[in-house]
Structures are given as structure tokens and as C-alpha cells.
Ligand binder design. Structure first.
Ligand SMILES: Cc1cc2nc3c(=O)[nH]c(=O)nc-3n(C[C@H](O)[C@H](O)[C@H](O)COP(=O)(O)O)c2cc1C
Length: 196
């Protein structure tokens, strides 16, 4: 697959097989993320690759419990209402039961954290497409980046004392009839102005 085809057909996967991702494939995805450009070439992103099922379950429970504490108000964005409701019912599985979760952490003082994380995420998502893996950007750990419980647990798992989560990616084999998950996105937004 060439690069433009890979960009055009990349598509988020939200249903995964429980089968663990082959180590060499996961390593290739992480390598693609590490090769992404970073502001000032500082290469500050810490890639935490979680494949331990008990740890993944624990994070799901933590997210459910923390989101479940939120009360729905008129200000709650519509997409959050269902997530909060499902969390209160213990049904919200933020990483879609993917067998691998790549958590990107950065030192909070760096100005380009979001941009650096986004470049790494896009590289990893394209690598997944090339390798017939499914993936989905899942933002809940980033939303909880200042949550004391999450921070404490991730520190136990190896996140630096001065690091915070900026993005995370679920990775696994798509649980779909043909085993692949590709499509061309219908582009209705993202306007372009050419000034010639
Ligand atoms: C910054 C960002 C945050 C996202 N957060 C989530 C998320 O928390 N859960 C989810 O299911 N998808 C999430 N997505 C995936 C988008 O919903 C998805 O990319 C978009 O709907 C376009 O669909 P496609 O990826 O299949 O082309 C996120 C994507 C981005 C770029």
C-alpha cells in the first residue's frame, strides 16, 4: 500500500478480537510512532504499551468509576451524556476491549505536547492500516490526565513523576467478517482556501 492510499483508507476500529497482537507488529507500530516529528526534535514522548489484561481491566474500571462520578448538566456535551450513563452502569469500556493500549505521556511543561502526541498517533494509526491491524484513538485517559487515581496508577506502571497522558490508542485485530477495516472518509468539513 502506498502512503496516500494508506492515508485515504485509514478507519477507526471499535470491535477487536481478544487475540494478542503479534509482538513484531506491535513493535512496528510503536517504531512508527517514535519516528514521528517532534517540536525541536526533542523526542519527548513516552510510549507506554499496555497488553496485560488485568491492567487493562483495572483501567477500564477506573475510567468507569471516575466518569461515573460526573453529574449530567445542561452544559454536558451530548457525546458525554451516554458515556457518563454507561459509566454509572459499569458498561463503558473506553478502549473497546482491544488487547493493546498505547498510552502517550509527556512532561507537562513542554509546549508541543499535544502536537507531538498527535503526530505520533497519526504515524501509529497509518502503520496499523498498513499492517492490517485495527486501532482507535481513545481520549478518556487524556481527559483524566490530572485525575489523582489515574496518575498514581500510571506512575506505578512506569509513567515519569513529571509526565501526564496526552493521547492513547487501542490496537488489535479487527473483529470483522473480512478481518480488515478500511474505508474512504466522506469529507464534509475541513474547508480549504487557496490563495493563488
Ligand atoms: C483527538 C481525537 C480524539 C478521539 N477520541 C475518540 C474517543 O475517545 N473514542 C472513540 O471512539 N473515537 C475517538 N476518536 C476517533 C474519531 O471519532 C474518528 O477518527 C472520526 O470519527 C473519523 O472516523 P475514522 O477514524 O474512522 O475515519 C478520536 C479521534 C481524534 C483525532
Amino acid at each position: 500500500m502506498n502512503t496516500l492510499e494508506c492515508i485515504k483508507t485509514r478507519h477507526s476500529t471499535r470491535k477487536f478480537k481478544s487475540e494478542p497482537v503479534a509482538k513484531e507488529l506491535l513493535d512496528t507500530v510503536i517504531d512508527a510512532g517514535r519516528r514521528a516529528p517532534t517540536g525541536g526534535n526533542l523526542q519527548p514522548t513516552h510510549f507506554m504499551v499496555i497488553t496485560n489484561p488485568d491492567v487493562l481491566k483495572e483501567l477500564v474500571t477506573l475510567v468507569q468509576e471516575e466518569y461515573g462520578k460526573t453529574e449530567v448538566t445542561e452544559q454536558t456535551p451530548p457525546y458525554m451524556v451516554n458515556i457518563i450513563k454507561m459509566s454509572k452502569e459499569g458498561k463503558f469500556v473506553f478502549h473497546y476491549n482491544a488487547p493493546a493500549l498505547v498510552v502517550l505521556a509527556h512532561k507537562p511543561v513542554l509546549a508541543n505536547n499535544f502536537s507531538d502526541a498527535a503526530c505520533a498517533m497519526q504515524n501509529m494509526m497509518l502503520a496499523c492500516n498498513e499492517l492490517d491491524l485495527g486501532c482507535c484513538w481513545v481520549n478518556q485517559l487524556r481527559h483524566l490526565q490530572d485525575n489523582e487515581r489515574l496518575v498514581a496508577r500510571l506512575r506505578e506502571l512506569g509513567m515519569g513523576d513529571d509526565e501526564k497522558v496526552y493521547a492513547s490508542l487501542s490496537v488489535g485485530y479487527p473483529d470483522l467478517p473480512n478481518g480488515l477495516n478500511r474505508r474512504e472518509l466522506d469529507i464534509k468539513g475541513n474547508p480549504v482556501t487557496y490563495i493563488g
